[in-house]
Write a protein that binds this ligand. Structure first.
Ligand code: NAP
Length: 460
């Protein structure tokens, strides 16, 4: 296997990188483990100086980092810049708050005194996807480095230049060798890293298949893991929703990052009374997007990340149609160079159609018409996934009621503001387990150690 950086705007190869050898991998693991033995004893202030410097550099060089991303996985340049800034904010957030999050907690036993410490545990292995090439890395680097662990990371095969740029960021920020290590490795080598005794925890973001494989391996090794996997989020529209506001979020929720977001709105569940109106307006809004160079600010529809991602998505649409779904718009690749697909709406997707339970990772929306709120909730919950979801209604209390009844890790009312440094992010069911970001995100890979003091004679 090789790490190929290909520009999906024209499908031309930028650069190719070979996997590192097993010997090189061992050298990197040894350096990461040696670094941990020193880093674990450093003060929060020392760690924060380096993590905050990395945040500052990301911010100052946002254009540089964004360009690499856009040319490697096709994210529109304004979105790419936004992602770099957000990644910078995440690092800054943990530099500022980690000490507070991991402070000793006083306990009050009936006898004596006690407290709980949060100690670092060792080298953490991150396996990360291409769809947010820096944000995903910041989401593990910020908390786990501030907690006193060191990180080795396998990034996705199509974004090696982003992976290398992010590793260089740490060197530029003054990190000691081994604090953050990028690993250009195969899946087989990744298994060995999970098995490696120096690795004490595994954090994966990616597909359900990758999650099953790596989580099983971590389980065999009795290592803690966090799994941030796919989703098929419901976007519920009730009859009292503000339609213009709702349509804007529907377009953004489905089309941001060309639809390649885990918690994108993927199933549009609309109550009968407003269904026709919603569908018509949604079609018009999606139809207004125009494909173009993602490096140009005016472009409103970028390519998918790779040609193979496009081929896979077109295959899913064909399979859906052959099982009875209808195409309300789009459905084909766009007749131009690069990995472009038409914004697509599928209707009449019934249980039994593979599409009903699939994740469409691109600009394909599934539209469902339901009688009322109860049917909307039942359909939202009829999914193997449980990542996020949203509900649109003018009645906030009603929105909260619906949000409570949908079985997912996150629900949004009248918006889809997915992610903030201070808010926990993650799902249930096939969407995985554990939470990243916020206070919870830093607690994933620390030893919650009890220390108790009792002035008492041993029982005889
Ligand atoms: P993917 O194919 O699972 O890849 C994710 C990462 O896992 C890549 O680094 C990949 O490396 C690696 N990988 C895959 N199979 C592996 C194996 N058997 N052993 C070791 N490593 C393995 O997922 P993707 O298609 O790139 O990303 C899209 C998926 O990620 C979607 O399902 C999306 O919903 C999910 N996602 C979830 C979240 C969340 O927070 N819940 C966020 C973003 C994305 P290679 O590229 O080398 O195969």
């Amino acid at each position: 296997m090789a790490y190929d950086s290909v520009n999906p705007f024209d499908n031309k190869l930028n650069k190719s990188f070979a996997d590192i050898s097993d010997k090189q991998l061992e050298e990197k693991m040894a350096i990461a483990a040696a670094c941990f033995e020193k880093w674990r004893h450093t003060s929060y202030a020392h760690r924060a100086a380096i993590v905050a410097k990395a945040a500052k550099l990301l911010h100052e060089q946002a254009d540089h980092f964004a360009h690499i991303m856009t040319k490697e996985m096709g994210k529109r340049i304004s979105e790419a810049r936004g992602e770099v800034e957000f990644s910078s904010n995440i690092l800054a957030y943990y530099a500022k708050n980690a000490e507070r999050f991991l402070a000793d907690v006083e306990l009050h036993p009936s006898l004596g005194e006690g407290h709980m410490e949060s100690n670092p545990i060792g080298v953490i292995f991150g396996v990360e996807p291409w769809n947010f090439p820096y944000y995903q890395l910041a989401r593990v680097a910020g908390p786990h480095l501030m907690a006193g662990n060191t990180l080795v990371v396998k990034h996705a095969g199509c974004v090696p230049q982003c992976a290398i740029a992010f590793e260089k960021l740490w060197i530029d920020a003054g990190a000691p060798p081994g604090l953050y290590t990028n690993l250009l490795i195969s899946h087989g080598q990744a298994d060995h890293v999970v098995d490696d005794a120096r690795v004490k925890g595994v954090a994966l973001t990616g597909s359900v298949a990758a999650g099953r494989s790596i989580a099983a391996r971590a389980g065999q090794n009795l290592k803690p893991s966090s799994m941030e996997l796919g989703g098929s989020d419901a976007f519920i529209v009730l009859e009292d929703a503000d339609m213009d506001h709702t349509i804007k979020w529907a377009v953004w929720g489905r089309m941001y990052n060309t639809g390649q977001t885990c918690c994108a709105a993927k199933r549009f569940i609309v109550v009968e009374k407003v269904a026709d109106k919603f569908l018509e307006k949604f079609k018009t809004a999606l139809g207004a997007l125009t494909a173009g160079d993602p490096m140009e600010e005016k472009t409103t529809l970028g390519p998918l990340s790779t040609e193979s991602a496009l081929v896979q998505l077109l295959g899913q649409v064909d399979a859906a149609v052959s099982h009875g779904a209808k195409i309300a718009m789009g459905g084909k690749r766009i007749d131009r160079p690069g990995a472009f697909m038409e914004p697509t709406i599928l209707t009449d997707v019934k249980p039994g159609n593979p599409a009903f339970r699939d994740e469409f990772f691109g600009p394909v929306a599934m539209f469902f018409r339901v009688k009322n709120e109860d049917e909307a909730i039942a359909l939202a919950n009829d999914s193997d996934f449980g990542l996020g979801g949203s509900v649109f209604t003018k009645d906030l209390e009603r929105g909260k009621r619906v949000a409570s009844r949908v079985d997912t890790g996150m629900m949004f009312i009248n918006n889809i503001s997915w992610s903030d440094a201070e808010l926990p992010f993650g799902g249930i069911k096939d969407s995985g387990y554990g939470r990243e970001l916020g206070d919870m995100g830093i607690q994933a890979f620390v030893n919650k150690k009890l220390v108790r003091y009792v002035e008492a004679e041993a029982p005889v």
